[in-house]
Design a protein around this ligand. Sequence first.
Ligand code: INI
Length: 154
Amino acid sequence: MNIIEGQLSLDGSEKIAIINSRFNHIITDRLVEGASDAVVRHGGNKDNIDLILVPGAFEIPFALSKILESGKYDGVCCVGAVIRGSTPHFDYISAETTKGIASVGLKSAVPVTYGVLTTDTIEQAIERAGSKAGNKGFEAMTGLIEMISLYKNL
Ligand code: INI
């Protein structure tokens, strides 16, 4: 059996984009820190990371679609935080953001990963942004690193 897989390592030449939403930035900035830390810890070069800021999670797929046109990135990691309020707004934003990232990512020549928190409470978001449940930005970037390596082998 031939196993084709990616490695969890970068050589420093990879150009990586992080798209982050400003909404709930107290949370999302921590996700960016985690994502950037993952690049450095796996051999990447922090100077080769571009951070693209959008107003809210809903805008992430639009920016993603636009930056992929440039062809200058080896992969894109999307982070954000959608936190439930007292209206159905959360459901619309979280569903469209998730579907949008997936549908743009499926047409992309380079990998795209998803580090958007969708939580019922701000406490749950804090837990996933560098405290007791880890850092989902770090996890999403680690997934991207593996996928960048895998795409080279496919
Ligand atoms: N955007 C978020 O990233 N997180 C949220 O929790 C959120 N809530 O709850 O409203 C949110 N809304 C803004 C949205 O993403 C768009 O920026 C806005 O609707 C303009 O298109």
